[in-house]
Design a binder for this molecule. Structure first.
Ligand code: FRU
Length: 546
């Protein structure tokens, strides 16, 4: 009896084991009838190679983490060289940012488009390189700057392929990881030397009006043609489909009141702002600037010009995007102010400025503020009560020391000639950077001439007049109305200082203090009394990879 029972139980186990896969639906794992494939063979040399890579990655990470000049919350790639922001676009709930990237060194080289995405413009995830030069292709010598558009629902990048001209690439995946270059590239070829055309083909931007696509090919100084118009300009093209383009005419007439004869119009970005149209661009000589004006009958008529960079500054390429809340957001590239061998030996160079929200209210004066999302980085807030500053006083604010901070100062100059902050001060004041308003000249100044005791040669900007290459102080126009206090927001991020004033002026400066104790903050007035009505600071959390 016992034996019979055991036999029946055994049989049950065997039957269950046999039938179970059918009940458990093994087929839903997609394995029926499929012999498992062998795992890829592991070669010992491959292990050795990967472990060498890990060793090198550890060494590089340690170097970057121990580099006191490397910014912590401004966007930059994990290593190597970055310049212009390219093709920013809001797509499927996220911000995507591409950028000029030389992945192989801390210096400019064969350009690629790096790629990162973010939910909040502040915390970025790095993605695989989006565009690489195609050997033998029209962009074989580099993927230069350009923009992004949506064409019938398809994200499309438009860029300058070196040496052959404007190229486009499309992506059909929601994450914008994979890009397919158009077989008809270059869609706007660089004219041959014997072609008697006036236009140049360089950094493109594109927009759509009605059913027609328009593109500007920016005017690069290295791509200038003998019969081109003098000064900065951009050339207008139109197309039904982004692939077939026809030249129209120069888009605007440059005016020597505003720009130098040898300034070009690189990285143009054209878009509506308030009741006007804006053309943001960079000249290779003087960096970031913009026009505001009218756009009529396929022509742009600039009515105002202003700069976002002045002699002594390194803010170069601007580009904007509109997000899902219809905000116009500006990205910029802040170059280093050190020499190239220094970039190479530290293994990185370049950062993006904090994204700025642009507005043009009824008075047609541009407003700029860092995106409010940056406030999520604040911790350890502290503030002082209101106080008076006697003439020629500099008050140490002991609790506001740091090199990764936001400082807000509201100060009324009253009888003072200059009012502002000293940041990154060493205790003896030998190193310091001054940020102040100068009443007589109506300028916002950032003076980095005493920022560091290490005298590094100023960077070589060959087309700047020799005397300007040594300048370490920027002076940006700012007019305070009668009784209006100076309202500063200062962002310190190690070698980056970004200053926003009264929501309508902004100056960025690179500084490289050499002393680890150059962390002090002072508030000062020169030439008379001033009243401080607000003084507040926060530390800002790091977002970078290292
Ligand atoms: C501006 C620029 C662009 C060009 C790119 C090359 O910084 O010179 O004109 O497309 O950088 O990296």
């Amino acid at each position: 009896m016992k034996t019979r029972l055991r036999f029946s139980l055994n049989l049950l186990v065997v039957v269950c084991a046999f039938l179970a896969p059918a009940f458990l639906g093994t087929s839903s794992y997609g394995q029926d009838n499929q012999a498992p494939t062998a795992a890829p063979k592991i070669e010992p040399q491959e292990i050795e190679k990967v472990e060498k890579l890990i060793g090198a990655a550890n060494e590089l990470r340690d170097r970057l983490q121990n580099d006191p000049q490397r910014p912590k919350y401004h966007f930059m790639p994990p290593w190597a060289w970055i310049n212009d922001p390219n093709g920013p676009i809001f797509w499927k709930g996220r911000y995507h940012l591409f950028y000029q990237f030389n992945p192989n060194a801390g210096t400019w080289g064969l350009m690629h488009w790096g790629h990162a995405s973010s939910k909040d413009l502040i915390h970025w995830t790095h993605h695989p390189i989006a565009l690489r030069p195609t050997p033998g292709g029209p962009d074989r010598d580099g993927i230069f700057s350009g923009g992004a558009v949506i064409n019938h629902g398809v994200p499309t990048l438009i860029y300058h392929g070196v040496p052959d001209g404007t190229c486009i690439a499309t992506s059909e995946d929601d994450d914008l990881i994979h890009w397919k270059k158009c077989p008809q590239n270059p869609v706007i070829p660089v004219p041959r030397a014997d072609q008697k055309v006036e236009y140049g083909v360089y950094d493109p931007c594109a927009w759509k009006r009605g059913d027609t696509w328009y593109a500007l090919t920016g005017w690069g100084r290295n791509f200038a043609r003998p019969n081109a118009p003098e000064g900065d300009t951009a050339f207008l093209f139109k197309s039904p489909d982004l692939v077939h383009w026809e030249y129209v005419h120069p888009f605007y007439q440059s005016d020597r009141r505003w720009t130098d004869a040898d300034e070009d119009c690189a990285v143009p970005d054209f878009f509506p702002l308030g009741k006007q149209w804006a053309l943001f661009f960079a000249s290779h000589k003087r960096g970031c600037q913009y026009y505001l004006g009218r756009y009529e009958h396929d022509h742009f008529y600039p009515e105002q010009h202003a700069r976002l960079n002045w002699s002594g500054g390194q803010v170069i390429a601007p580009i904007t995007m509109q997000d899902d809340r219809a905000r116009r957001i500006l990205f910029t590239w802040i170059n280093e102010a050190r020499l190239e061998p220094r970039h190479r030996v530290v293994g990185w160079a370049g950062v993006m400025g904090l994204p700025r929200v642009l507005r043009l209210p009824h008075d047609n004066l541009l407003r700029m503020e860092p995106v409010p999302e940056v406030e999520a980085l604040r911790f350890n807030g502290r503030q002082r009560n209101k106080f008076m500053l006697e003439g020629n006083a500099a008050v140490e604010v002991g609790e506001m020391r740091g090199d990764c901070m936001e400082i807000q100062l509201e100060i009324s100059p009253l009888h003072a000639q200059q009012v502002g902050l000293l940041v990154r001060c060493s205790p003896d004041g030998a190193e310091q950077t001054a940020i102040f308003y100068d009443v007589a000249t109506k300028t916002l100044r950032v003076d980095g001439s005493k920022a560091s005791l290490i005298a590094e040669e100023p960077p070589l900007v060959p087309i700047l007049p020799a005397e300007e290459r040594k300048i370490r102080t920027q002076a940006a126009p700012l007019t305070l109305a009668d009784g209006e206090p100076l309202k500063l927001r200062v962002f310190l991020d190690r070698s980056v200082v970004e200053v926003f004033a009264n929501g309508r002026q902004a100056v960025a400066q690179r500084i490289y203090p050499s002393r680890p104790d150059s962390l002090g903050t002072r508030v000062f007035s020169r030439g008379g009394r001033a009243r401080v009505t607000r003084l507040q600071a926060w530390d800002l959390a790091a977002t970078g990879s290292f």
